[in-house]
Design a protein around this ligand. Structure first.
Ligand SMILES: CC(=O)Nc1cnc2ccccc2c1
Length: 455
């Protein structure tokens, strides 16, 4: 708002809007920093994407759940230096509670699983799509919210769970027109780091925090990583051992490093052979530099990347067998993934795979005489009950506008309620695609519509 507007001293202009009239400038119309609006065009694309998330989840027999975006802060307070907990969108509510907008869905899932107590049938295969938040310092101007699709398997200790999850992702990618030529899934296991750290007498508890540091290796200089590993208490040898262990990219090399009977090797070998059964092995790439930045993973970890290497991770996941016990509950083996709604759209954009989605109704109904409005409304209702999407024009409009509107909403038929025809109990039906037009009785129109409404 200009200083004049703020002072309310601007002189009165012809046609001053309500906002100006109330002596205020136009309100801020942009959404809060880091957040997005979804106007209809954007919402259609989002609904298409979420529809694919849901369709694939159901094809795998997963059940949908939801938890509140607002959670107790304690769910996310972890002492492993994760970026996600350092950017918590947290505050104290009017009741003095420490609360936070969830930065991820997995802790909420764990809470809901624990709330089920013994009632929970295992294995549980659950999925959810929810908005997640972070308070990212505006330095990077990055977004502060995104939507995440999560699929999780609770109660299955073997990597058959991870194979199912990876197969679900592969089917999702295939349905969108992507393939293993476009996307690589890097796979590894926290048990690699665990085995290496054991060699240097570093306790298992360090695996999480060390992984969080190693996960930054791609984004910050090696010296910085080494500095943080030193601060985490690692000796030079341990550090060299860790960094050397992130350079393995084949099962034989992993066997060489850890031995054929190491858990990490056996699990990953099993996972790769299960993947063959699904026909998704060509997506998978063993890569021990993939450690993921969440502290609670305890076993396999994986992340999806575009093969061109231009984009951030498309999705990420892994096994987190200790999360429920860290919440004081009975431990349950868990594996899952989170799939965000932004990088995938960038990739689809790059590949020319964003679908063209437009507003669509079947029938546009207009009246040529306002005295017939009640008749038009009742025809609209009958058509809607027959399953037709009807855009009923709500005020007198010139035919030029009507045809423009028909085009805008993709209408197949224009139904005109006019005095002369109505006298004879007829309406005029213009078939906009076949460019033919005829008068028909309402019953005939409905019979026609009923069949069309079913297909
Ligand atoms: C590309 C992008 O906006 N990513 C994004 C945006 N908001 C988030 C919010 C919480 C956690 C991760 C997030 C990630």
């Amino acid at each position: 708002a200009t200083a004049e507007q703020q002072a309310g001293t601007e002189d009165r202009k012809v046609g001053v809007s309500k906002a100006q009239e109330s002596n205020r400038g136009l309100i801020e119309t942009q959404p809060v920093r880091g957040t997005r609006d979804f106007a209809p065009d954007d919402y259609r694309l989002r609904q298409w994407l979420f529809g694919e998330f849901e369709a694939v989840s159901r094809l795998f027999g997963f059940e949908q759940f939801e938890t509140p975006v607002l959670e107790s802060e304690e769910l996310f307070v972890r002492k492993a230096g994760e970026e996600i907990t350092q950017q918590l969108y947290n505050f104290e509510d009017k009741g003095g509670r420490r609360v936070a907008l969830r930065p991820e869905l997995t802790p909420s899932l764990a809470r809901l699983i624990l709330a089920q107590g013994g009632r929970l049938g295992l294995p549980a295969k659950w999925f959810s799509i929810g908005q997640c938040w972070r308070y990212e310092r505006t330095t990077r101007g990055r977004r502060r919210e995104h939507f995440q699709w999560n699929m999780d398997v609770i109660g299955v200790p073997g990597v058959a769970a991870e194979a199912e999850l990876l197969a679900a992702i592969a089917l999702f990618l295939e349905r969108l027109g992507l393939s293993a030529q476009d996307v690589v899934i890097k796979v590894s296991s926290r048990k690699v780091l665990q085995a290496i750290l054991e060699r240097y007498g570093v306790p298992d508890e360090a695996v999480g925090p060390v992984s969080v540091i190693v996960d930054k290796m791609e984004k910050i200089p090696l010296e910085k990583v080494e500095e943080e590993l030193t601060q985490a208490g690692l000796s030079r040898e341990a550090m060299d051992g860790i960094i050397g262990a992130t350079r393995i990219d084949s099962l034989p090399d992993l066997q060489q490093l850890l031995g054929a009977d190491s858990e990490a090797f056996v699990e990953l070998q099993t996972l790769f052979s299960l993947a063959e059964g699904y026909g998704i092995a060509q997506y998978l790439q063993l890569d021990t530099s993939c450690v993921r930045g969440l502290a609670y993973y305890t076993g396999t970890v994986f992340e999806g990347r575009d093969r061109a290497g231009q984009l951030r991770a498309i999705f990420g996941g892994g096994r987190y067998d200790q999360l429920l016990s860290t919440f004081g509950g009975q431990a349950q083996p868990c594996a899952g993934f989170g799939f965000g709604d932004c990088v995938i759209l960038e990739l689809l954009q790059d590949k020319g795979l964003i679908p063209k989605l437009s507003h669509k109704v079947e029938d546009l109904v207009i009246v040529l005489d306002e005295s017939l409005r009640a008749s038009a409304s009742s025809i609209g209702q009958k058509l809607r009950r027959a399953g037709r999407r009807v855009d009923l024009v709500l005020e007198a409009k010139k035919m030029k506008w009507v045809f423009k509107q028909a085009e805008r909403c993709g209408a197949e038929r224009l139904i005109i309620v006019a005095p002369d025809e109505w006298e004879r109990g007829m309406v005029r039906v213009k078939n906009l695609s076949a460019r033919d037009e005829k008068d028909m009785a309402v019953d005939e129109l409905l019979a026609l519509s009923h069949r069309a409404g079913q297909d």
